[in-house]
Ligand binder design. Structure first.
Ligand code: NAD
Ligand code: WQD
Length: 337
């Protein structure tokens, strides 16, 4: 069975390509490499001993998408391609709306033409409104506070409407919580450009000495130690969730939103301490003010993923910290070495 993976050279995409190949799927990638490097896919090929067909172009380009669909018998599309930096989306909203929404619509249009009806969408816990009780379940209130989040919520709505109009169109909207970690080989991992925004790459680059110290964004939240609590999920667990979603989509019709999280929340200090303990390194930090837009706690109710997909996270916080550090140590400058 052939799976089209858009954004397959990126962080979550590359880990998913690896799991797909190991499970016996054929993998076709479309990626314009605007936030990634071909090296990730070369390493996936090395790790699996299997090859990937890679097309480098923008997923908004319907003509080029058509040639991919006519060259390959695609059974399912996993759509990772998208821009994902929350702060940047506030500065250049049109770029975000155009990139993330037009790519989704172009794919749907071409899929319809080629009778491909299974779609897995990279959504995010950011689509939940801030007034929900924790843990977040899929029926919670939806609403966003930044353009990036809106591109995900609007993407979900577009796909839901398409599946309502065409019951044969099967969609799984995967709402990821906080993906961290790397493949245990240390050969593929997260490779942010510039100074990282997210906690784990900030920690690994601080431990390495590339950054002087981490700033903990606030210690006055209503959490066990005052620092922000999140549902961190190992990227390999997340990747495996996509395989379960592909199986589900090919056997069911309609549109389902499903959380991919562990159900467990860790604070920023928990993560720093777990990272230091697991890896026997120091992460110098200072406490700073709250980061605008942050909330105290975010964690998933992961039961729907278990009920519908038969999936649950298996790897724990020690695995996440160990694998993130293993990747960073082996690749101090990411794929750019
Ligand atoms: P990433 O930036 O590493 O990967 C995205 C990939 O898409 C990159 O390889 C990039 O080059 C490619 N891309 C972007 N726009 C494209 C376009 N128009 N055409 C072709 N390729 C394009 O990001 P990631 O962390 O792997 O995230 C993958 C998806 O998951 C994204 O849609 C993101 O919004 C979503 N998501 C990520 C997180 C997270 O914390 N990493 C959380 C929730 C949801
Ligand atoms: C985690 C915790 C910070 C950096 C973001 C997006 C979300 C989703 C995942 C795509 C928070 C704290 C962080 C630092 C810190 N992406 N922190 N110092 O904000 O939960 O989610 O990535 O869909 O949409 O918003 O993740 O890793 O930035 O922060 O103290 O230098 O770490 O305040 O409590 P976040 P994060």
């Amino acid at each position: 069975m052939t799976i089209l993976v858009t954004g397959g050279a990126g962080y979550i995409g590359s880990h998913t390509c690896l799991e797909l190949l190991n499970a016996g799927y054929q993998v076709v990638v479309v990626d314009n490499l605007c936030n990634s490097d071909m090296e990730s896919l070369k390493r996936v090929e090395q790790l699996t001993g299997k090859s990937i067909t890679m097309y480098q172009f923008d997923a908004r380009d319907e003509k080029q998408l058509e040639s991919v669909f006519s060259n390959h018998n695609i059974a399912c599309v996993i759509h990772f391609a998208g821009l994902k930096a929350v702060g940047e989306s506030v500065s250049i909203p049109l770029t975000y709306y155009h990139n993330n929404l037009v790519s989704t619509m172009a794919l749907c249009k071409v899929m319809k033409k080629y009778n491909v009806s299974n779609f897995i969408f990279s959504s995010s816990a950011t689509v939940y409104a801030q007034d929900n009780e924790m843990p977040l379940h899929e029926g919670g209130h939806l609403g966003c506070t930044n353009p990036y989040g809106w591109t995900k919520l609007m993407g979900e709505q577009i796909l839901k409407d398409i599946s309502l109009a065409d019951p044969a169109f099967s969609v799984v909207l995967l709402r990821y919580f906080n993906p961290i970690g790397a493949h245990q080989s240390g050969m593929i991992g997260e490779d942010p450009s510039g100074i990282p925004n997210n906690l784990l790459p900030y920690i690994t680059q601080t431990a390495l000495g590339r950054l002087e110290r981490l700033t903990v964004h606030g210690n006055d939240y209503d959490t066990k130690d005052g620092t922000g609590v999140r549902d961190y999920i190992h990227v390999v667990d997340l990747a495996r969730g996509h395989l379960k979603a592909v199986e589900y989509a090919t056997k069911h019709q309609g549109c389902e939103a499903i959380n991919l999280g562990t159900g467990v929340g860790y604070s920023v200090l928990d993560i720093i301490h777990a990272f230091e303990k697991e890896n026997d390194v120091q992460v110098p930090y200072v406490i700073g003010p709250r980061r605008p837009g942050d909330i105290g706690s975010v964690y998933a109710d992961p039961r729907k993923a278990l009920d519908l997909l038969g999936w649950e996270a298996k790897l724990g916080i020690a695995d996440m910290c160990r694998d993130a550090w293993n990747w960073q140590k082996q690749n101090p400058r990411g794929y750019r070495e």
